[in-house]
Design a protein around this ligand. Sequence first.
Ligand SMILES: Cc1cc2nc3c(=O)[nH]c(=O)nc-3n(C[C@H](O)[C@H](O)[C@H](O)COP(=O)(O)OP(=O)(O)OC[C@H]3O[C@@H](n4cnc5c(N)ncnc54)[C@H](O)[C@@H]3O)c2cc1C
Length: 415
Amino acid sequence: MPPHVAIIGGGPAGLLAAIAAAEHGAAVTLLEKNDRLGAKMLLSGGGRCNITNTGDVNHLVQSFPGNGKFLYHAFSKFTSRDILDLLAEEGVATREEEKGRVFPASDDAGEVVEALARRAYSRGVNIRLDTQVVDILRHPDKAEGFQVQIKGGEVLEADKVIICTGGVTYPQTGSTGDGYTWASRFGHHIVTARPAMAALETVEEWPARVQGVTLKNVEVVVRSETKVVTKYCEDVLFTHFGLSGPAIINISGQAAKALEEGPVKIGIRTDSDLRADDWEARLQMALREHPRQLLKSLVARWWPASLAEVLLEVHGIPPEVMANQVTKVHRRQTAELLDEFTLQLKKARPLETAMVTAGGVDTNEVDPYTMQSRLVKGLFFAGEILDVNGISGGYNLQEAYSTGYLAGSSAAGAS
Ligand SMILES: Cc1cc2nc3c(=O)[nH]c(=O)nc-3n(C[C@H](O)[C@H](O)[C@H](O)COP(=O)(O)OP(=O)(O)OC[C@H]3O[C@@H](n4cnc5c(N)ncnc54)[C@H](O)[C@@H]3O)c2cc1C
């Protein structure tokens, strides 16, 4: 008799787990509480779905700050090439954009979800929508096996269970952290959920005055009182509450974690190759060549004009002063700001609005070669429910496919 594998959650992790388990000979039931599959995936990439990233395994691992090494085997077993081949076989054409990011050629996330669903159905997976799991218990009469309790009273018996219920962000998509409760009842330690890939609120209120302004490809440096926590180069967007944009989204998980230990500053560097002395030399030349221009107009060569004015003003440098009247002290201060200006981190935006949940099932208690619980035989985890979180660029979806595939094939008895 093939094992009966119950998979809870019909996101990318659950779908790949179902496909892999069925392709390795298991009888598979996929339980999804929504009336459709992949609700979060449909929102991904602004509806375009950044499907994956073509970087090699080491690059993928490095894109998961903290415990990316846990994913090495999963990323090796089911690669970005594998998901792209699967989608191609299902008729989805894809396009690679900058930094290895891959999107469907149609720019339609729905096409990707439909392709995964089609593959699962074609492999005989029993997909049950509108089916909310309320509890998972060990089978009372068997040494191994589970009873999956479904809302309404039905009990489903399964030899293996794979929990793929996601994190707790964007709860309207169905990811409400249900899996954490069951996992912790089975004895698993849950690392406290916190926002990753979120915008950041600053103590300073001046970003509101330049909301909508973007600095292109700047270096963002996160500093605690004692060290540089992380750095990342990309665009920064100023908002009514502080900072957003790809660079901020990518450092937000580590910044929020550092804030739990003490104050954190976010430095923004106009050009990571130049230091304050270089800026002073450039500024001095510009001041000399254009003696009758206003300081703010000269600085607007390097920053958007509105930002130049606000930044000078809040740092006590008169923006309207003529170039030939700029004092040495103000010239130096302006050069130092061009090198780097800093903001004090207040907090990350609320967890529900973050794209990814940091925290989740402690990876020390999960076997990285199978995704099986080290505490409960026959219980597996895959996807965002695990305590791993990647930066933006298609890495989080690849993590869901790779861990899902590994859990599904292992549960079916393949490894
Ligand atoms: C706005 C946004 C944009 C994103 N864009 C990208 C991107 O472009 N590229 C990228 O790589 N990543 C992106 N991500 C992250 C990515 O979508 C997630 O990391 C990924 O969906 C996680 O997959 P998962 O299968 O683990 O969980 P989820 O996709 O969250 O799926 C979990 C499923 O479990 C179901 N479920 C939960 N509890 C129960 C229960 N009790 N019973 C039955 N079913 C249950 C839920 O309804 C849900 O369908 C984005 C995230 C957001 C929010």
